[in-house]
Design a protein around this ligand. Structure first.
Ligand code: 97T
Length: 226
């Protein structure tokens, strides 16, 4: 898979993409990251990438020309996704969908967003990682990349498992415990150390259901779940 990111801060992503599962996936040849510096596509002396919004109202808007030139220079941009607080919620299903693409291009806006004409011409979908405001799309792009890359076949090592992740089956996962069996006066549940896999599965299903009902009842809503 090839993931392009267009940003005014390529250095923001460089470090994280070399670490952990995203870094290992790159070393294994499962994914290639291309960080594109938007400023290199600005044409004026000051390499301007933003301007005041038409209609006023404060804040700054990302100019259309640098994005247009950067996207035009990409041979196969694949699915083009813009990170935006106005986007559709990014969730596990979106991550699965993106992981099936061969090429993905992420646009990082800042300030008040990107000129809508860029979105109309190039963007397949706008996604948000949650209901809060960021200083720019870069941390959101990292979130999307991490969630997508760990789904690529071979990205997870023997000690990681997607099947036990929260959301894998549409629910929060059960809590986890490891050695020692007793810590600070608290015991790990005996059932998890019983070796009885059907009892362990039943216990985990119960705790997953309980956590989901308490914290994320929206995930149990039948209409919302499918
Ligand atoms: O708040 C933002 C600003 C720019 C680009 C993306 C975001 C955002 O994405 N998800 C939540 C907020």
């Amino acid at each position: 898979m090839r993931i392009n990111v267009i940003t005014i801060f390529p250095e923001y992503l460089e470090g994280p993409l070399g670490l952990s599962i995203p870094g290992r996936a790159r070393e294994a040849g499962l994914v290639n990251y291309r960080l594109i510096d938007l400023r290199e596509y600005a044409t004026d002396r000051h390499r301007t990438t933003d301007d005041e919004p038409f209609g006023g109202g404060g804040g700054m808007v990302m100019k259309p020309e640098p994005f247009d030139a950067a996207l035009g220079a990409l041979e196969g941009p694949g699915r083009v996704v813009s990170l935006s607080p106005r986007g559709c919620p990014f969730d596990h299903r979106t991550a699965v969908r993106f992981a099936l693409e061969s090429d993905l291009t992420l646009l990082c806006g800042r300030y008040k967003g990107i000129d809508e004409r860029v979105t109309e011409k190039w963007v397949d979908e706008e996604v948000s990682i949650g209901d809060y405001v960021l200083s720019g799309g870069e941390p959101a792009a990292l979130v999307v990349i991490d969630a997508v890359v760990r789904l690529l076949p071979g990205a997870l090592g023997d000690h990681d498992s997607a099947a036990s992740d929260s959301f894998y089956e549409g629910l929060l996962s059960a809590p986890s415990y490891t050695r020692p069996a007793e810590h600070d006066g608290r015991s790990a549940p005996g059932v998890l150390r019983s070796g009885d896999h059907s009892r362990i599965e039943a216990w985990r299903a119960w705790r997953a259901d309980r956590a989901t009902r308490h914290r994320r009842p929206d995930l149990l809503d039948l209409d919302a779940a499918d």
